[in-house]
Write a protein that binds this ligand. Structure first.
Ligand SMILES: Cc1cc2nc3c(=O)[nH]c(=O)nc-3n(C[C@H](O)[C@H](O)[C@H](O)COP(=O)(O)OP(=O)(O)OC[C@H]3O[C@@H](n4cnc5c(N)ncnc54)[C@H](O)[C@@H]3O)c2cc1C
Length: 461
C-alpha cells in the first residue's frame, strides 16, 4: 500500500449517477468526511435496476437525438450471479426482511429484488439526502485544479458549480453496440437491440435470429422461445461449422455467426444453414459513453477502451480529481464498486497516495502492451474475467481491506461455469450449498446479519 499522509483532506465531490456504483461511492466518500452531491437524472435511485416497460422509439438506438431510456432490464430478468456473492461486502444481499412476501428470497432473484436491495442500502445509510434527483449533468470540464459541472434540472434550468473532484458513475449499459451484418441494408426484416427488449409478446409466431450468446443473448432467446416459431442464436465465438439444437426447448438452435442477410428476408449462417427470419435481436453489448465529459481530447473511448486510466479508475493527468467507478466488466460488480469507491475516497482525503503521473502512465502502457501481446482486442480492455480476483485484491490492499473471501471467489467461478454449461437451469440448480452456508456464517461472524436465515437452520445445516 502507498504510504499514508497524516492530514486528512475533506473535499467537495460531485458523483454522477445514483445507480449501484454512485450510491456506494457517495457512502464511501461521506465516510471519509468529504461533502458529496450526487447528480441523478432519474426520479429515484437504482439506475439500471429501475425497470420500465417503456423502450426507445428507435429500436436499434442509433439515432443520437432519440430520447434515452436508461434501463436495459427486461421483465423476466433474474440475476446472473448468486445473491450472496453479488452484494456489497458491507451490506450483504440477503433476503430481507425475511417475512415480507413482496420480496424475492431466491438465490438468483428477479430484478425487482435487486432494486429493493439498493433502496434498502440507500435508506440504511441515508444516501438520498445527498442526491439531487431529476438533475442531469450535461458538461464536466477542468477549471484549474478544480472541476466545473454544468447540470440541468427537470424545469430545464442549467447552472454551473465548481467541485474539487468528480466521480463518474453513469453506467455503461445504455448506448448499444450493433453487429455489422453484410447485406443488412437491404434485408427487409425488423431489428431490435436488447437494450429495447422487454417482453416476448411482439415475437409471437416469428422466426427470430438472436446475435450474441452471453448473458442477455442466452436469456432473451429462451424468453422468446415460448412464443416464437423458431429462435436461432448466432454467435461469433462459435466455430464456423456450429449447428446444434439446444436443450430445454424444441425450437432453439445455436449457429456460428451470420454470413449475410439477403434481400428476400433470408439469413445465411457461416455453417451454411439458411433461415427466413422476421426479426434480428442484437444482444451485442454496449459502448462506454460520456457525452458530458470535456478533457480536451485527453480521455478517449476507442473500440470500447476508455483511456488512459490507471487501474481502470484514474486518468493520470487528471488524478485524483477525476475518477471512474464501475468500468470493468465480467466481475463482481457491486463488490468492485465498493472497493473502487473506498480507494477513490481514501486517495482524495490523502490517506492513500497514488504514484506520480509518469508512473501511472507507465503502468497503463505496460497494461496495454500485455493486452496486445495476449492477442486481446481493445474492446476487452476492461474485461476482467479470470484476472478479477487479482484486481480486486490489489485494490483491497491499497485501502487496507481484506482480500476477496474464498467462498465468494469460488461462488463466482462456479456461477460462471454453470452459466456457460447449463444456461437453461443455472439459476435453479447448483451443487455448492456448502458455499452458501459459508457465506452466511461469514455474515453472522461479521455481525452483518444477526442470525442464519430460517431455511438454512431448517435444513439442519
Ligand atoms: C441486462 C443486464 C443484466 C445485468 N445483470 C447483472 C447481475 O445479475 N448481477 C450484477 O452484479 N450485475 C449485473 N449487470 C451489470 C450492472 O450494470 C451492474 O450490476 C450495475 O447495476 C451497474 O451500476 P452503475 O451504477 O454502474 O450503472 P447504472 O445502474 O446504469 O446507473 C447509472 C446511473 O447514472 C445516471 N446517469 C447517467 N448519466 C447521467 C447524467 N449525465 N447525469 C445524471 N445522472 C446520470 C442514470 O440515470 C443511472 O441512474 C447487468 C447488466 C445488464 C445490462
Amino acid at each position: 500500500m502507498a504510504p499514508a499522509r497524516s492530514r486528512i483532506n475533506s473535499l467537495h465531490v460531485a458523483v454522477i449517477g445514483a445507480g449501484a456504483a454512485g450510491l456506494v461511492a457517495a457512502r464511501e466518500l461521506r465516510r471519509e468526511s468529504h461533502s458529496v452531491v450526487v447528480f441523478e437524472r432519474d426520479t429515484q435511485v437504482g439506475g439500471l435496476w429501475v425497470y420500465t416497460p417503456q423502450s426507445e422509439t428507435d429500436e436499434l438506438s442509433l439515432d443520437p437525438n432519440r430520447s434515452i431510456v436508461h434501463s436495459s432490464v427486461y421483465e423476466s430478468l433474474r440475476t446472473n450471479l448468486p445473491r450472496e456473492c453479488m452484494g456489497y461486502r458491507d451490506f450483504p444481499f440477503v433476503p430481507r426482511p425475511e417475512d415480507d412476501e413482496s420480496r424475492d428470497p431466491r438465490r438468483y432473484p428477479s430484478h425487482k429484488e435487486v432494486l429493493a436491495y439498493l433502496q434498502d442500502f440507500a435508506r440504511e445509510f441515508k444516501l438520498e439526502e445527498m442526491v439531487r434527483f431529476e438533475t442531469e449533468v450535461v458538461r464536466v470540464e477542468p477549471e484549474g485544479r478544480k472541476w466545473r459541472i454544468r447540470s440541468r434540472n427537470s424545469d430545464g434550468i442549467s447552472g454551473d458549480e465548481i467541485f474539487d473532484s468528480v466521480v463518474v458513475c453513469n453506467g455503461h449499459y445504455t448506448e448499444p453496440r450493433v453487429a455489422h451484418v453484410p447485406g443488412i441494408e437491404s434485408w427487409p426484416g425488423k431489428q431490435v437491440h436488447s437494450h429495447n427488449y422487454r417482453v416476448p409478446d411482439p415475437f409471437k409466431d416469428q422466426v427470430v435470429v438472436v446475435i450474441g450468446n452471453f448473458a442477455s443473448g442466452s436469456d432473451i432467446s429462451r424468453d422468446i422461445t415460448g412464443v416464437a416459431k423458431e429462435v436461432h442464436i448466432a454467435s461469433r465465438s462459435n466455430p464456423s461449422e456450429t449447428y446444434e439444437k439446444l436443450p430445454g426447448s424444441n425450437n432453439l438452435w445455436l449457429h456460428s455467426m451470420i454470413e449475410s442477410a439477403q434481400e428476400d428476408g433470408s439469413i445465411v449462417f457461416q455453417n451454411g444453414k439458411v433461415v427466413q427470419a422476421d426479426t434480428i435481436v442484437h444482444c451485442t453489448g454496449y459502448k462506454y459513453h460520456f457525452p458530458f465529459l470535456n478533457t480536451n481530447g485527453y480521455i478517449t473511448v476507442e473500440d470500447n477502451c476508455v483511456g488512459p486510466l490507471y487501474k481502470h479508475v484514474f486518468p493520470p493527468a487528471h488524478a485524483p480529481g477525476l475518477s471512474f467507478i464501475g468500468l470493468p466488466w465480467m466481475t463482481l460488480q457491486f463488490f468492485m464498486f465498493e472497493l473502487q469507491s473506498k480507494w477513490v475516497a481514501a486517495v482524495l482525503s490523502g490517506r492513500v497516495t497514488l504514484p506520480s503521473e509518469d508512473k501511472m502512465m507507465e503502468d497503463v502502457t505496460a497494461f496495454y502492451a500485455k493486452r496486445d501481446a495476449n492477442g486481446l482486442p481493445k474492446r476487452y480492455t476492461h474485461r476482467l474475467g479470470a484476472s478479477q480476483i487479482e484486481y480486486l485484491n490489489w485494490i483491497a490492499e491499497q485501502v487496507g481491506a481484506p482480500p476477496v473471501e474464498q467462498w465468494r471467489g469460488q461462488e463466482v467461478e462456479g456461477g460462471y461455469f454453470r452459466l456457460a454449461t447449463q444456461s437453461d437451469t443455472f439459476r435453479d440448480k447448483w451443487d455448492d450449498d456448502h458455499l452458501i452456508v459459508e457465506a452466511y456464517e461469514d455474515f453472522v461472524r461479521q455481525k452483518l446479519i444477526s442470525v442464519l436465515p430460517s431455511q438454512l437452520l431448517e435444513s439442519g445445516r
